[in-house]
Design a protein around this ligand. Structure first.
Ligand SMILES: NC(=O)c1ccc[n+]([C@@H]2O[C@H](COP(=O)([O-])OP(=O)(O)OC[C@H]3O[C@@H](n4cnc5c(N)ncnc54)[C@H](O)[C@@H]3O)[C@@H](O)[C@H]2O)c1
Length: 383
C-alpha cells in the first residue's frame, strides 16, 4: 500500500512536543499506515530543550525562532504546543504561512484570543486545523461515545466529565507558567484542563445553555525556584454545573470538573452518562474497565463490568488482550489528525475527529461565562 508522508514541524518541544515525537517514531505500531507523520523540523526558544529534542530525534532540523520554521517550504503541517499566551501569535502565523496544524488547548489564552485565531482561519478554509484532546481515544470512552451517538442511552438524565490531578497538593511544588495568569490565562485550571472535560460532551451535542461555576484558589504562593516565593494566581479547581437542552422535555444537568488539587488523582479523566435506557461510565483510573447499566423494566438494575482490551479506533499491532495507555491515546489522536488531513473529513477510516475550531469556540464561551458566574455568584447564560 502506498504511504502518504506528511512532513511535520514541532513548535514547542516540551512535555507535549516530545509525546508527539514518540508517537510519530513508533508509527509502525499502527496496522494501517496509508498516511505517516515525519517530523523534519522543530523549534523551541530553550536551546537546551531544542538540542535534547534534536538529539532524541535524529535528522530533525532545529530552529530557535518559529518564523524560520514556518518559512520552510518542505514543512506541510505542524504541532504547536507552547504556553497559552503564545497561542494567538503562533497559530495566526501558522495560518498565514499556509500550514495545517494541530494546536494545543485552550486554543487562545482567552475568548478574544480564540476569536482572533478563528477569524484568521475563516480566510483559509483549505487548511486543516484541529485542537489536541487525547483521552476520548481510550477504548472505554470510544465505546460510550458510540453508544450515545447510536441513541442507546435513551433520554439523557445526567452527564459528568472531568480531569483530575493532585500534584499541586504539594504547596512546595515550584511555580511554573501554568500557575501564572500572564502565561496560562484568567481561566486557570479551566484553560489548562477544561478541553479534556468538554470535548466529548460537545461532540455529542451536549452544549451548555447556562453555567454555575464554583472556582477555588487553594495555594496562594509557591517557591519561585530562586529561593523566594511567587504568587500562585490561577484557579486551582473548577466545578461547572451546567444545564443542557432547550426545553423541559430534553434538558439535563451536566457537571464538568477540572481540578489540579484532587486528592489521590494522578491524572484521572472520566466520563459518565446516565440515561433512561442505559447508563455508562469509564475512568482512566481503571483503563480497561467499561461499566454499563442497561435498563429493562422489571429486571434488576445491575452494572455490567466489562474488561476491554486494546480495541483502538485505528487498529494496532498490540494484541486485543493487552492494555491501552496514555501514549496510545496520543498516537490515536495523531492518527485521526493525519487521516483527516490525507483523506478529508468524509474519507476518514473511523468517525471520531480531533477537536474542531468551532468546538474550541464553544469551550471559550463556556469558560468565559464560568468566570462571570464565579465573579457574580450567579447562574450565567452561555451565549
Ligand atoms: N493534551 C494534553 O494532554 C496536554 C497536556 C499538557 C499540556 N498541554 C498543552 O500543551 C501546551 C504546552 O504545554 P506543555 O505542558 O508541553 O508545556 P512545556 O512548558 O512543557 O513546553 C512548552 C515549550 O514551549 C517552549 N516555548 C516557549 N516559548 C516558545 C516560543 N516562542 N517558540 C517556541 N517554543 C517556545 C518552551 O521552551 C517549552 O519547552 C499548552 O497549550 C498546554 O495547555 C496539553
Amino acid at each position: 500500500m502506498g504511504e502518504r508522508i506528511i512532513n511535520f514541524g514541532v513548535i514547542g518541544c516540551g512535555l507535549m512536543g516530545r509525546e508527539f515525537a514518540s508517537a510519530a517514531a513508533r508509527w509502525n505500531h499502527l496496522l494501517s499506515r496509508d498516511v505517516c507523520p515525519r517530523i523534519i523540523a522543530a523549534c523551541d526558544t530553550s536551546s537546551a530543550v531544542l538540542s535534547e529534542f534534536c538529539a532524541a530525534n535524529p535528522g530533525v532540523r532545529g530552529y530557535a525562532d518559529y518564523r524560520e520554521l514556518l518559512a520552510q517550504a518542505d514543512v506541510e503541517a505542524l504541532y504547536i504546543a507552547v504556553p497559552h499566551n503564545l497561542h494567538t501569535e503562533a497559530y495566526i502565523a501558522a495560518i498565514n504561512a499556509g500550514k495545517h496544524f494541530l494546536g494545543e488547548k485552550p486554543f487562545g489564552i482567552d475568548r478574544a484570543a480564540n476569536q482572533q485565531i478563528l477569524s484568521a482561519l475563516s480566510k483559509r478554509p483549505d487548511l486543516l486545523v484541529r485542537c489536541s484532546s487525547e483521552f476520548p481515544f481510550f477504548p472505554g470512552a470510544q465505546k460510550i461515545i458510540a453508544l450515545a451517538h447510536a441513541g442507546k442511552m435513551g433520554r439523557i438524565l445526567e452527564v459528568r466529565c472531568g480531569l483530575l490531578h493532585s500534584s499541586d497538593m504539594d504547596p512546595l511544588k515550584p511555580i511554573n507558567w501554568k500557575r501564572r495568569i500572564a502565561t496560562n490565562g484568567e481561566y486557570g485550571c479551566m484553560g489548562d484542563l477544561g478541553m479534556h472535560a468538554v470535548h466529548v460532551p460537545l461532540r455529542l451535542g451536549y452544549v451548555p445553555r447556562d453555567v454555575r461555576a464554583m472556582l477555588t484558589k487553594v495555594v496562594k504562593t509557591r517557591p519561585d525556584g530562586k529561593g523566594g516565593e511567587a504568587p500562585c494566581e490561577t484557579w486551582d479547581n473548577a466545578l461547572l454545573a451546567c444545564t443542557v437542552g432547550s426545553s423541559p422535555d430534553d434538558e439535563f444537568p451536566m457537571l464538568l470538573e477540572m481540578k489540579r488539587i484532587a486528592p489521590g488523582h494522578v491524572n484521572t479523566w472520566y466520563l459518565e452518562i446516565s440515561g433512561t435506557a442505559m447508563s455508562a461510565r469509564f475512568s482512566t483510573r481503571f483503563p480497561r474497565t467499561l461499566e454499563l447499566l442497561p435498563y429493562e423494566r422489571g429486571k434488576p438494575q445491575a452494572w455490567h463490568v466489562q474488561d476491554l482490551g486494546y480495541e483502538s479506533a485505528y487498529p494496532a499491532i498490540t494484541g486485543g488482550i493487552f492494555e491501552f495507555g496514555f501514549p496510545d491515546a496520543i498516537q490515536q489522536m495523531w492518527a485521526a489528525f493525519c487521516d483527516e488531513l490525507a483523506n478529508g473529513p468524509s474519507g476518514m477510516k473511523q468517525p471520531f475527529r480531533c477537536v474542531t475550531p468551532r468546538e474550541t469556540e464553544l469551550s471559550h464561551l463556556l469558560f468565559d461565562a464560568a468566570l462571570r458566574s464565579a465573579g457574580q455568584d450567579m447562574v450565567i447564560r452561555v451565549e
